[in-house]
Design a protein around this ligand. Structure first.
Ligand code: NAD
Length: 332
């Protein structure tokens, strides 16, 4: 039986991808992600260890991200992964579903489509980093990568500063048209550039690729730049020179992930830095760390993507979907 129902009633709530798109906008994702980073920094919310496996089929990476936010009472997991062949079939390479459980009795409370939410919560994370760490006078936004996530990243970042130009690089330059269309829609000049020029011009850089080798070198980055490294979320991936991690002031969503599966993993592995060199963005949000200390400082956000981000946006989606009549309810 399928019917509309209240999130607090027993039974299982279904929140479809379309319902998520209808109820979660960039502002609500930004607020949910900012609040959960703050909760993590206060010790109110914690992530469980991530499971991520190459399954030896379809080149897929599959796994679980999970956690519990005691303050927000969000308990659950995101199941899913990365299927690189999907785009050729007209599907999103990332496929995920979020499961929310009732923390009082362990019952499955909601099943929430995770594809759109993953994109908006990842874009919200870099946007929160820009809001707290980028120079206020940042004018040029540099995008590295033009895959599925990149358009969400671009739209969210453009709302954080008065950017006057977007420059971008992608391995396959033809894909840059998806970013150009957004810049043009918003009336912002767009230019396709080489990586070294991108670093010389950009005040804020977002990397959102699946690279396994450094794409941006330390000596290319100008003083005062803020870089949000968003693509590296697995052992072995890398988007920037490890020497940049050593010289920049590094912030992250979660230190345990940053040093193991994030961009900092390489500098940690070589012994060039230790985990205590890395600060959580939540500490900056909560005022425990001042964030950027000068206009010349290079700040780097290692956005690894935590399960609590997924639970935060999924909980908001479930609540709003019920309020707006966009949710379905089934009895298990
Ligand atoms: P996608 O497959 O749609 O796009 C991949 C992008 O990476 C393209 O721009 C492609 O040109 C580029 N790329 C691939 N290999 C490269 C290489 N060797 N050198 C340079 N560029 C290369 O993927 P997507 O959905 O846009 O996701 C991009 C990355 O972000 C993925 O690696 C994904 O795992 C990661 N991701 C991270 C988070 C997070 O929370 N941090 C969340 C979602 C996705």
């Amino acid at each position: 039986m399928i019917e509309e129902n209240n999130i607090n009633n027993e039974g299982l709530l279904i929140v479809s991808e379309d319902a998520c798109k209808a109820v979660i906008d960039r502002d609500s994702a930004f607020t949910a992600v900012k609040n959960v980073f703050a909760s993590m920094s206060r010790g109110d919310a914690y992530n469980f260890p991530v499971i991520r496996e190459a399954i030896g089929y379809a080149d897929a990476l599959y796994g679980f991200k999970s956690g519990f936010d005691r303050a927000g009472k969000s308990l659950g997991l995101k199941s899913g992964g990365y299927w690189p062949g999907n785009a050729a079939k007209g599907l999103t390479n990332h496929q995920s579903t979020i499961f929310l459980f009732n923390p009082d009795n362990g019952k499955l409370r909601a099943l929430v489509g995770g594809n759109y939410l993953t994109a908006v919560r990842t874009a919200a994370a870099s946007a929160v980093s820009i809001a707290h760490l980028a120079r206020k006078d940042s004018k040029v936004l540099g995008m590295v990568g033009a895959g599925h996530q990149s358009t969400f990243q671009l739209r969210a970042a453009l709302e954080q500063r008065n950017f006057e130009k977007v420059i971008a690089w992608n391995k396959d330059a033809d894909r840059l048209s998806i970013l150009q269309e957004i810049a043009e829609e918003l009336g912002i000049p767009f230019e396709s550039v080489e990586r070294e020029q991108l670093c010389a011009e950009a005040d804020v850089i977002i990397t959102i690729t699946s690279a396994f080798e450094p794409l941006l070198m330390k000596e290319w980055i100008k003083p005062g730049t803020h870089i949000a490294c968003m693509g590296t979320d697995t052992v072995g991936k890398q988007e920037v020179d490890a020497a940049l991690i050593v010289s920049a002031t590094v912030f992250t969503d979660e230190i345990a992930q940053s040093i193991s599966i994030g961009e900092a993993q390489h500098a940690i592995k070589s012994g060039a830095i230790t985990a205590d060199a890395i600060t959580t963005l939540g500490d900056v949000i909560n005022g425990e760390h001042p964030g950027r200390s000068s206009d010349d400082e290079i700040t780097l956000f290692d956005g690894t993507g935590v399960g609590l981000q997924d639970l935060a946006v999924a909980s908001a989606a479930a609540r709003l979907a019920v309020e707006k009549g966009q949710a379905q309810h089934i009895s298990l």
